[in-house]
Design a protein around this ligand. Structure first.
Ligand code: ZN
Ligand code: ZN
Length: 183
């Protein structure tokens, strides 16, 4: 998922002085809070701040709201995909995971880790499936791996740094702050 394109439409010229960037629009620095304006440099930003200040506040709030809404929608989609994967037969789940379905990889990984749902416990295979889902930026898998490393479950030794890394990536996708237990 690439939210950058949705929330960062290109800005062609400096909002303050109107100068075109030397090369690509990417070379203009965006206003951090609102991302809706961009400048050549700190001087241009400072010069424009009195004019931009009020608008910045409003736009930053709107940006935060739309990011939160998109994250919520994406997490709900992930939840629905997990529910659907849970209902698949063991064979269909394996096929979906092999075809690259992140929710199927996440569910299969959890089953392989626990030896449940018709799967023999297989820690290396569990790790592989969960990491495949995590590599796709699938938030429930990132959170799952965070919990596994936090508690040293199955294939993992307790590793606070690894756990924090996964939790942080999940949180960036809007995943609610992780619980302490796998339940
Ligand atoms: Zn400028
Ligand atoms: Zn701004």
């Amino acid at each position: 998922m690439d939210d950058a394109a949705v929330f960062d439409p290109p800005i062609a010229s400096c909002t303050s002085c109107g100068a075109l960037p030397p090369a690509a629009p990417a070379q203009l620095a965006r206003c951090g809070p609102c991302k809706s304006v961009a400048y050549c440099n700190r001087e241009c930003q400072k010069a424009h701040w009195p004019a931009h200040k009020a608008e910045c506040k409003v736009r930053a709030a709107a940006l935060a709201a739309s990011v939160a809404a998109a994250q919520r929608e994406s997490l709900e989609k992930a939840e629905r995909a997990m529910d659907a994967a849970e209902r698949l037969s063991a064979a269909a789940l394996r096929a979906a995971a092999a075809a690259g379905d992140a929710a199927a990889q996440c569910v299969l990984g959890a089953r392989l880790r626990d030896g449940k749902g018709g799967e023999e416990e297989d820690q290396p295979a569990a790790r592989k499936q969960l990491e495949l889902a995590a590599a796709q930026g699938f938030a429930p898998a990132l959170n799952h791996l965070g919990q596994i490393y936090a508690e040293g479950i199955g294939f993992a030794e307790p590793n606070a740094a690894a756990a924090a890394g996964y939790f942080e990536r999940a949180a960036k996708l809007g995943f609610p702050f992780a619980q302490n237990s796998l339940g």
